[in-house]
Ligand binder design. Structure first.
Ligand code: ADP
Ligand code: ZN
Length: 608
């Protein structure tokens, strides 16, 4: 690729953003922009897409136009850029006439490097001014919104198709976290991109720890997850508004700083909850899926699903809101068969073909929940990518937290043979009775006490045997058929009976207390003084409130941990902290350095 001029991007990242290197594909994406080669960049949430267009915009002649669908997000981005000392502005419906009139002269003077526009703005009237100012390029953020195939189609995005006619000489670049082929092709076609470079990153999120548990006691289970993250920010997703209100009240009454969020609340109440969460006045937001779009709080340390979402796409998107800063975060999912039934019931109203697709997605979601293999691998495979590692070290299965039955092959074989001996004519309850050796009259009357499989699982209660049967059905070794859910062995069930395949079965919950889920130790905490970290976090909250910007825009968690690790005492030392560039050093250096010095003096710690 021909570069029109040499740019030292690493130096730019260091100076302005305080970053010490590129994230995967960032360099390639930036070089596309610089050379004018149109591109589609597909990186997961937290993959650092913004920097791919922000850094080139800074060094190129003229103003870059960024189209973004969400006004709230645009405001945060412009605030964040200002924090890094990069002149940016936005034009959207929420600006006052006065604010707008201040922007135009700055644009004409070429002072603004990045201009955020909502799509309505760009396609609607009132953008003639764009013809009078030199543009460097146009970036389309959340570009999947242009496609019907995406999960978030927006009609106003469709009309971006005429950008090529209006700005024939300006290169377009599209950014999204949605990886599927049809969406990608649609983006290229709709925007009429010329031979675009397509950059696709890995969709794995190695910093997320995934855990899945069957829901047995919602409040207790959710609390156990929250208690692993005291004083940290996180989201708890519920299916229904009522669940949000109940769970939020239950948590609040037990001393958690939680706020609710759902579409049934008034606009002002919702806004208040969101503000409290973003400025860290509240740590926990309990929400329906109405919450999340347009929030890019980077230091969400956990996402708990108190119920199962309806597709893995939803799960990926919602859980993906954790750990955007690349530091470890936890995604905990509590599911139950009842969730599955609720979703299935709701699908009943759809026309047949979409229903078939939706049901298949729902089944895949449920299989993910009941599955006992690596979560990173399962998710990545679902999205069509390979996961190379045998053990991810960051999910319940690979961390060995699942209490698996040691003799699962034998137990499964006993159950499957019993189903076959019962000539595949009975349901789960009855089968469990036979296996447990019940003296119930109907069993004796049917002569089933004389089967060789009668009473061969005496060490388990009837409920426990039922549990195993459900697991075998979930894993596809048994199917339930007909009106009475009669059990039958499947192809893979026969393989188990022949000993060719070994299913995994979970221990019954009460047999052995589950190991407490341990927080896997990660380097990001190494050498960090946690007391100092907390003091720094308080200062961040204070500054965020003073200047009414989101806390993470002042500094990310990574920067605070670095400060509490390096404990710099001079402005030059402060620049060594990840995420501290010149502008942040000038703006916040004094206050943070003072706090670090005081804290170290009163705690007998060395400064760096
Ligand atoms: P995306 O839009 O792809 O979800 P963002 O652009 O919001 O991701 O970036 C995610 C996080 O990663 C942000 O906190 C950002 O500051 C950080 N980040 C981006 N690029 C780098 C980099 N090169 N080094 C360190 N952190 C980075
Ligand atoms: Zn794993």
């Amino acid at each position: 690729m021909d570069k029109p001029f040499e740019i030292d991007f690493p130096e730019i990242l260091r100076k302005h953003w305080g970053f010490s290197g590129f994230l995967p594909l960032q360099r390639e994406a930036m070089e596309c922009v610089l050379s004018g080669r149109e591109s589609i960049v597909i990186l997961p949430t937290g993959g650092g897409k913004s920097l791919c267009f922000q850094a080139p915009a800074l060094v190129m002649e003229g103003t870059a136009v960024v189209v973004s669908p969400l006004i709230a997000l645009m405001k945060d981005q412009v605030d964040a850029l200002a924090g890094w000392g990069i002149p940016a502005a936005r034009i959207d419906s929420s600006l006052t006439a006065r604010e707008k009139s201040e922007i135009f002269p700055r644009l004409r003077r070429g002072e603004i490097k990045i201009l955020y526009l909502s799509p309505e703005r760009l396609i609607g009237g009132g953008t003639e001014f764009l013809r009078d100012i030199p543009l460097s390029f146009i970036a389309i953020d959340e570009a999947h919104c242009i496609s019907h195939w995406g999960h978030d189609f927006r009609p106003e995005y469709r009309q971006l198709g005429n950008l090529k006619e209006r700005f024939p000489k300006i290169a377009l670049h599209a950014y999204t976290a949605t990886a599927t082929g049809p969406v990608r092709e649609d983006i290229a076609r709709q925007l009429k991109l010329k031979d675009p470079e397509i950059l696709v990153g890995s969709f794995d999120r190695p910093n997320l720890v995934y855990r899945v548990r069957r829901r047995t006691a919602r409040l207790d289970q959710v609390r156990a997850a929250l208690d692993r993250h005291r004083k940290e920010s996180g989201i708890v997703y519920c299916l229904r508004r009522r669940d949000v209100d109940e769970l939020c009240a239950a948590l609040t009454s037990r001393g958690y700083r939680a706020v609710p969020y759902h579409a049934g609340m008034s606009d002002s109440d919702r806004k208040k909850s969101q503000e409290d969460f973003i400025t860290e006045q509240a740590e926990i937001i309990v929400a329906t899926i109405a919450f999340g779009m347009g929030i890019d709080k980077s230091n969400v340390r956990f996402v708990v699903h108190a119920a199962m979402p309806k597709t893995l796409e939803h799960y990926q998107q919602e859980s993906g809101r954790a750990g955007r800063d690349g530091l470890e975060a936890e995604c905990c999912l509590f599911y139950s068969g009842a969730d599955f039934m609720i979703w299935k019931h709701l699908l009943g109203e759809m026309p047949p073909e979409p229903r078939r697709v939706a049901l298949e997605k729902l089944n895949r979601m449920y299989r993910y929940c009941t599955g006992l293999s690596c979560r990173h691998k399962s998710l990545l495979n679902y999205f069509g990518q390979e996961f190379p590692q045998a053990n991810c070290g960051a999910c319940d299965a690979c961390l060995g937290e699942l209490n698996l039955l040691e003799d699962s092959l034998v137990v499964a074989q006993k159950i499957l043979s019993c189903v076959v001996r019962l000539k595949e004519r009975f349901g789960a309850d009855y089968t469990a009775l036979v296996l447990g050796g019940s003296r119930e009259e109907r069993i004796l009357k049917n002569g089933h006490d004389r089967l060789t499989t009668y009473g061969i699982l005496p060490e388990y209660s009837r409920a426990e045997i039922r549990g195993f049967i459900e697991q075998l059905a979930d894993e596809g070794y048994l199917v339930k058929t007909g009106e009475f859910n009669v059990l039958a062995a499947t192809e893979s069930g026969w393989r188990v009976m022949r000993g060719e395949e070994t299913p995994k079965l979970l221990q019954p919950p009460e047999k052995k207390p589950k190991k407490a889920a341990a927080k896997p130790a990660r380097d990001s905490w190494e050498g960090v003084d946690t007391g100092l970290f907390e003091a720094l976090r308080d200062l961040r909250r204070e500054i965020a409130a003073e200047s009414s910007v989101p806390a993470y825009i002042v500094f990310g968690d990574r920067s605070l941990r670095d400060m509490a690790r390096l404990r710099p005492s001079t402005p030059a030392g402060f620049l060594g902290v990840s995420g501290v560039g010149e502008a942040k050093k000038d703006r916040y250096g004094d206050r943070f350095l003072e706090l670090i010095k005081d804290y170290c003096a009163s705690h007998g710690l060395e400064t760096g």
